[in-house]
Design a protein around this ligand. Structure first.
Ligand code: KG4
Ligand code: ZN
Length: 366
């Protein structure tokens, strides 16, 4: 059997995403970012996200199909005679993220996918966004998947920080999660307090390279809690008190001439110390999970783990094969990662039974 061509859509947060896959191979991965819309608010504004998704979705889907054509033909070398497999009617299934995410944002993708699947008379596959992050390391993996199970999955994003036991593809057990803020959310909030810009994670990663991670003492929450949960809001509050105590309202632009070098150094040190506290929390819990579940490998996913410092700290702390997304675009939100669970569901014919009743699930988890 030929691998299926799947068109996947994700509008769970602030990126309008569509991708086309051929088995596990990604033929196109189109992302329309809304960063410019939300940046001035320092976070995602749900109704603005919905409006932007509505404006962009048709274009993003069309672009994903267009870009997949060339690559798809190259991949199969010999185009099938009279093949229609690379235009819309050639798609074998439509997949869509149903949750978790912002309800108004999810709604746009779900409605679009439902209409499309019905119009084309193709099966519709409902995908959990978190399963997409979890399996994003399998995107573009060629040959047979190596023996990686049971695996521990670590998802660290703007909305989630979760440890998952992956018994096999499709069989998951949530081991622990954040009790309050996600790690990415804490990074975004620190950046907001320091007026550094949005999203905070990549900016903090750069500034932290210039700082001393031991300069500012910060708490590592739940380090000795004997469970696999995380908490980052106390860390954020500790940083807030430190910023307030210095009486520096924030450094607008750490490279602006005239800003005192001691203030700039403070920002670098705070970024580095904050990252170190998050890394300690992640690695402590990973080690705890490994000691309890003896996994064969670790699967990493989510925007925060595109950060090289976090990955280095994880690599140095655990002695297991690590599986990561193959490029930066596959870490942060995208629809290519949605193609992977969709592919495995397609093989099992796990399709939405009644398309008309499919609804978004903003609080979906494992
Ligand atoms: O996975 P993602 O794109 O969306 C969610 O599902 O939430 O993750 C977004 C989060 C944001 O909080 C952003 O600040 C963070 O990922 N992020 C990073 C980096 N790039 C994105 N955090 C740390 N270092 C980075 N390089
Ligand atoms: Zn995500």
């Amino acid at each position: 059997m030929k691998p299926p061509l799947i068109l996947a859509i994700d509008t769970s947060c602030d990126e309008t995403c569509a991708a086309v896959s051929y088995g596990r191979q990604i033929l196109s991965n189109v992302i329309s970012s809304q960063i410019n819309i939300h940046a001035k608010y320092g976070g995602v504004v749900p109704h603005l996200a919905k409006r932007a998704h509505l404006e962009k979705i048709e274009f993003v889907v069309t672009e994903a199909l267009k870009r997949s054509v060339l690559k798809g033909l190259k991949l199969r070398q010999q185009p099938e005679k009279n093949s229609k497999r690379t235009d819309l009617t050639g798609i074998d299934a439509v997949a869509v993220t149903v949750g978790p995410g912002l309800a108004p944002a999810l709604e746009v993708g779900v409605n679009f996918a439902k209409n499309l699947a019905q119009k084309l008379n193709k099966p519709l596959i409902a995908v959990n966004h978190l399963e997409g992050h979890l399996l994003s390391c399998l995107a573009n993996m060629t040959g047979t998947v190596p023996y990686i199970f049971p695996a521990i999955g670590l998802i660290v994003s703007g909305g989630h920080t979760e440890l998952v036991l992956v018994k096999s593809i499709g069989h998951y057990q949530l081991l622990g999660q954040t009790l309050d803020d996600a790690a990415g959310e804490a990074l975004d909030k620190l950046a907001k307090m320091l007026q550094l810009g949005y999203p905070g994670g990549p900016i903090i990663e750069e500034l932290a390279k210039l700082g001393n991670p031991d300069a500012i003492k910060l708490p590592v929450p739940l380090q000795h809690s004997n469970d696999l949960n995380f908490s980052f809001s106390g860390l954020k509050t500790a940083a807030m008190y430190i910023i307030q105590k210095r009486n520096t309202p924030g450094v607008k632009d750490v490279h602006t001439p005239g800003v005192k070098s001691s203030e700039v150094k403070f920002v670098y040190d705070l970024c580095a110390s904050f990252q170190q506290a998050i890394a300690k929390s992640l690695t402590t819990k990973l080690i705890f999970a490994i000691d309890h579940y003896y996994p064969a490998s670790l699967l990493l996913g989510g925007g925060v783990l595109s950060n090289l410092y976090f990955r280095r700290q994880i690599r140095q702390s655990v002695n297991l094969p690590l599986y990561l997304p193959k490029n930066k675009k596959l870490f942060t939100d995208n629809a290519a990662m949605i193609c992977i669970p969709a592919y495995y569901k397609f093989l099992k014919k796990d399709f939405v039974k009644d398309i008309s009743t499919l609804d978004r699930q903003p609080n979906l988890n494992f």
